[in-house]
Structures are given as C-alpha cells and as structure tokens.
Design a protein around this ligand. Sequence first.
Ligand code: 2AM
Length: 425
Amino acid sequence: MWRGCETGLSARVGLEHNPLHSPRQLILKLNRTFSTFVNLLKMGALFSKSKPSQCHNFSFLEDTNTIEVIKEAHTFFILRGLPGSGKTTIAKQITERYPLISASVSADALKICPQEESEDDSSRYSKLDQQIEQCFEDGKKVIVVDDTHHYRQRLDYLFELARKKDYIVFLVDCRNPKSNDLNVLAKCSHWKLPVQSIKMMETSVKQIIIPYFFGWFLVKQDAEKMCEIAMDFLDQLSKTEAFLQEFEKHVNLDSKDGFNLQKYFQKKSSMLHCTTMFCDYGKVPNCESYAVDEVVNNSLHKSFVLKVSALFVTPRTVGARVLLDEQQQQLWPKAEEENEIKMGLPRTSRSHITLACAPGVDMVQTGIDLLTILKDEKKGKLEQVMIKQGPLWCLGDGQWIVNLPKPIQVKTLFSGFYAKDFEGK
Ligand code: 2AM
C-alpha cells in the first residue's frame, strides 16, 4: 500500500549527517540509503510529485457547498480500489475534513488481506463489521470504509447496511494515475501479493457498478421537513370538502366508511430523492453510457439545492414537483426528455419527489401521474379551492395540484442507490 511507499520515502530523511556515526556506520547507512533509493526508483515512487489522492478532485474534499451539505447529511463512503491506489490517504483526508462527525474503518488496519473473489469468506470481516456498527451507534454522520471492495457480495452487504440505516452511499473509485503498473503496486503492497492476484482484483475493480437508480438524495433534515409538508398537505386536503367529494369517487376501496387520507397513503419512501436515471442495475438501455458520462461523474457526490414548486395528489400517489435549474437539467436522461417532448411538455417536466403511494402502487407511478397532470392542466382546470398551501386545482379523475406561491428549497446530494431492496421487493 502507499503506506509502504511512504515508509520508503521517509527513509530518505536518514541521509542527514549525524556526527555520532562512526565511518563504518556511515558507510553501512549510505549503503542502506542507496538500496532504498534504487528500490524507490524501481517503484516509481521517488519522483511522484504528489500523493495519489491529490490527483483526484473530490467535491467532498474540495467543494465548500458540498462539504457544508455533507455535514447535514448521513453519508456512507465505500472506498474502492487496488492496494496502493491511495484509499487510506483519502480516508484520512475525509476524516480530517469532517472532524468529530466522521469515522473511518480499514480492512488493512485489521490485517484483513485482500483476497481473490473466490476466496471470500464473510467471517473474515466480523471485526470490521463490528467497527462499522459502532460508527452507526456512535451517530457518526460520515462513515468511511476503506477496503479494496473488489468482491461484489461484500459490496452488496454494505449497500444493504447503508439502506437499512438510511445513509446515502458514496461509492468512490480510487485510482492512482501515477501507478498503473501492477508490478509496482504488487511491490508497493505490504501484503506481498502476487501480481496475478492484483491482476484479478483489477478486473473486478474496473467493472462499473451500476446502481438501481441515480438521483438527488435529500439530506436528513430536509427529508424530514418534506415529510412534514406532505403530512400537512394531506391534513389540509382531508379537511377540504370539495376535494374529498371528488377524490373519493376515484378511490378503489371496498368500503369508504371513515376514509382516512393519511392511512390510505401509508406507503412512504424511506429515503426521499428525485430520480434522474433509473438503471435497474444495468438492465435499462443506455444506462451504462449515463453512468460513464462526464457530467454525471463530475456531479457525483456533489450537493445541489432543488426547488419544489408544487404538491400534487392522485388516487395513486402524492408527490412534489421539482423545477430543475440549467445545471441540474444536464443530469436529466435523454430518453426522459424525448418522452416529455413527445407528450408536448417541456423537458424535465417529470422531475419530482415521491412522497407517498397508495397500497400496491409502485413509486414509479408518481412521475407518470405528474406528466398526466401537466398534460391535463393544458386542457384546463376544473375547480379551484384555497387551502393553506395555496390555490388547489382539480384536474379531474382525482388529480389535484397546488402550485406553491414560494418554492421550497431542499438540500440534496447527487449519488446512486445501490441496494437490492428499495421498495421492499
Ligand atoms: P420515483 O422517482 O417516481 O420515486 C426506485 O424504485 C426508484 O426508482 C423510485 O423512486 C422510482 O420512482 C424510480 N423508478 C422505478 N422504476 C422506474 C422507471 N421505470 N423509470 C423511472 N424511474 C423509476
């Protein structure tokens, strides 16, 4: 690992003249220094002007806005890369950037040797997992896991852990552009791994991990604020006679006696977000080109403030319409845009946050409902009632929308959702 290289570099300091050395000691020392010098030359480390991490430009280390938003969020960093790719240095930089609220755990520090995929044995990780659990228990907002993470099953375990705890996953690929030579990495690593093992690991870490979806994830406080706004909206609606009369006509229930809007919309999203690209782990056409797109990659793990401009409800879903600015629009998928244009609607019309769904309804329905509302809005609104949030319009078929006089701003982080179980499927 780099630590090994750094030890080598610090050996250079030993060249300083020490008057207490005898001539024999000096010759021995010079000999040792010379061989260190040769070794370093072989490893290509001596002439590296910077540490590996300094070659990266990570917004979570550099961008002031992102750093402030991360302090309000719950993020789970999974550092991924070959031994010697600079993960430990990056982990250290993260914990230094987020003092008190962060903690980092390292497989290397626990002497868990990176192995080939087939050799995985999850019990090897029990100590590391205890440490991760402790980080959650200690309420650390920024948790960093430093390991090669070349084994998919291990990644899936961590994705699921983060999902259960409602942490936003930052999957960070660490590459050391100074050292693509696997022989150098093998020599640098204190594990003394054969080049062949590193080669196999390289094949795994080079594979792009495509998430279930990409999107903007609301920081905890703003997610809670949006949930309260949604509850308040439903509360207002349930007190509005004109709404109830029209809405109940379109609700499929055996009995509408004692109909309760809050109970009806009981399916809530645990992690509020605004989806950009739905990938289904790589099954959706063109999702890979989205995942490798430069704008997408430059935006990953960055903060964005989204503007909520309207709240809407249908017999299936409750959602918040999001108006994207120019920079945010660049992350909108082309296929979505084409569909919106086909429907005669402006691009990014579908952008929204799902707040709740009726039983048996999938979250994807919210975007479909919003597009129908916007299309029907063009035909003309049917009825208007004033509620606390603003003028509430009926569009027929149980569809209602309130355009907010003042948009609500929510802080988000752009990332992927990787776990296998978003809607409890
Ligand atoms: P949403 O953005 O409307 O909430 C996981 O299911 C997330 O991916 C949900 O938040 C969901 O919708 C979104 N999603 C699911 N299937 C989708 C699809 N086919 N197209 C776009 N987004 C989808």
